[in-house]
Design a binder for this molecule. Sequence first.
Ligand code: G3P
Length: 214
Amino acid sequence: MKIFIDTANLEEIKEAESWGILDGVTTNPTLLSREDGNFRDNLRKICEAVNGPVSGEVVALEADGMVKEARELAKIHDNMVIKIPMTTEGLKAIKKLTAEGIKTNTTLVFSPLQALMAAKAGTTFVSPFVGRMDDIQSPGMEMVEKIVKIFDNYDFDTEVLVASIRNPLHIIQAGMMGADICTIPHKVIKKLVSHPKTDEGIERFLADWKKVEK
Ligand code: G3P
């Protein structure tokens, strides 16, 4: 499984990168709005900090506007992937950008059929939003299971990028289902590493070692 971090904060990205587990980054307009400075400069710095795909999102709603914005974002760095919202205009833009060799991440996906449509248009990644599905009492991971199965049945190259992750259980389930990527907020990535029994074990080993050193 590839692990992306879902943030536009450079410090969080550099920290996760330093742990040797980071394969990419996803941002969105909300995440970029929380950071100081120019968003293009911020995306460029993120691309320079991580050796992997970095998603930045268009805000146009019409296909032509999306394509224009996407071409500009793609110029920022070779690692840029363009997030396109899951609409019919989005599908048109994905088709065009894919033909131009620009990678896309279809975002705001809330059903297996939306994912299938995005894959048919040639998108590189599809982002089902599991936490926001859970929020409306519809299990987000059930949608992911169906998307993985459909993509496997027809050998689509599109990768399943599980987004809107809120807790470690989402990641275990994604792994069991064979989803390609999880994009995870910084505070959740930290939870993947720590365990109270690990801390307790280290403490006990260090206490016992002091007796050996005497
Ligand atoms: O990548 C999409 C993700 O950032 C959305 O997460 O927690 O706002 O639903 P959330």
